[in-house]
Design a protein around this ligand. Structure first.
Ligand code: G3P
Ligand code: CA
Length: 243
C-alpha cells in the first residue's frame, strides 16, 4: 500500500495549511493530510508551518504573541492568490472538524515553539485535548523534529502512532536509539541523500517509512520500489490515481 500525504494540504493548489487546502484533498482522492501545529500565547493551537505570520499571511509578527481573538484579522490566503482572499489561519480544532467531515486521515507535525519548552509542553497538552474530537475511524500519526517533544507526547498518549522526523543532516548513527526513545512506529526521513541501503536498514528494524518532500513522480516511484511506505508531496493531484 503506497500512501500519499498531501503536504500542508493541496499546497500547490491552495494556500498551505488552510482549510481550503485540506478541503481539496477529498475531491482529488487523497486520504492522508499532513499539517503543522504551533501555539498562541493563550494556548490556542493553530495550523501553521512558520512561527511567524510573515510568509503566509497579510501580516507580520510572532504567533507566540497572538491570541485567538487576533485570528479574525488575519488573511492567510491572499499571499497565494486572489481566489483565497480572506482565508483564515485555522485553529487545530477547526481542522479536526474538517478531517472528520471529509473522512480524512491526518499526520500532525508538532513544531518546536520559539517561546521555549514550557510552551512546547502546553502545545503537546492542548493537541492531546483537541484530539479527543477526532473521530475514532480516522487514522492518526503524530510526528516531530523535536524528539524530546515527541517522546513526551508518546508518554502521555501511548495509543497514538508517532514518527520521528529527521533532516538529512541530522540522520546520524544514533537514529535507532532516538526512535526507541520516542517509541516511534514510523521514520520520516528527508528525501535528500536517502539511499536504498538506508531504506533497507530502516525496514530491517521493522519501521514504516514516509519520506518528505517528494515532488518528482519518478523519484516517488523509485522510493516505493525500494520499499518506502509513503511520501509527502505538494503535488498529490499529479500522481496516478492508483496511488
Ligand atoms: O512532515 C514532513 C515535512 O512536513 C517536514 O518538513 O518543513 O515541511 O514541516 P516541513
Ligand atoms: Ca510539516
Amino acid at each position: 500500500m503506497k500512501t500519499l500525504f498531501a503536504h500542508r494540504g493541496m499546497s500547490s493548489l491552495a494556500p498551505e495549511n488552510t482549510l481550503a487546502a485540506f478541503a481539496l484533498c477529498r475531491q482529488h482522492g487523497i486520504q492522508w493530510i499532513e499539517c503543522d501545529v504551533d501555539i498562541l500565547a493563550d494556548g490556542t493551537v493553530v495550523v501553521s508551518h512558520d512561527d511567524t505570520l510573515d510568509r503566509c499571511t497579510d501580516q507580520s509578527g510572532n504567533l507566540a504573541e497572538l491570541t485567538k481573538a487576533d485570528l479574525g484579522d488575519i488573511d492567510a490566503g491572499s499571499w497565494f492568490h486572489d481566489d483565497f482572499i480572506g482565508e483564515p489561519l485555522p485553529t487545530f480544532e477547526q481542522l479536526i472538524t474538517l478531517v472528520n467531515q471529509h473522512e480524512l486521515n491526518i499526520n500532525v507535525e508538532i513544531k518546536s515553539c520559539s517561546a521555549g519548552w514550557a510552551m512546547t509542553d502546553k502545545l503537546i497538552a492542548n493537541v492531546i485535548t483537541a484530539l479527543v474530537q477526532l473521530d475514532t475511524g480516522r487514522e492518526l500519526i503524530v510526528s516531530s523534529f523535536n524528539h524530546l517533544a515527541l517522546a513526551e507526547f508518546k508518554r502521555r498518549r501511548p495509543q497514538t502512532s508517532v514518527a520521528c522526523l529527521f533532516e538529512a543532516a541530522s540522520l546520524g548513527d544514533d537514529w535507532e536509539s532516538v526512535m526507541q526513545a520516542c517509541g516511534a512506529d514510523y521514520i520520516h526521513p528527508e528525501d535528500q541523500s536517502l539511499t536504498q541501503a538506508m531504506v533497507a536498514r530502516f525496514k530491517s528494524s521493522g519501521y514504516k517509512i514516509n519520506v518528505y518532500t517528494v515532488n518528482d513522480l519518478a523519484r516517488a516511484n523509485q522510493l516505493f520500489n525500494w520499499g518506502v511506505d509513503g511520501v509527502f508531496t505538494d503535488i498529490a493531484h499529479r500522481f496516478p490515481s492508483k496511488y
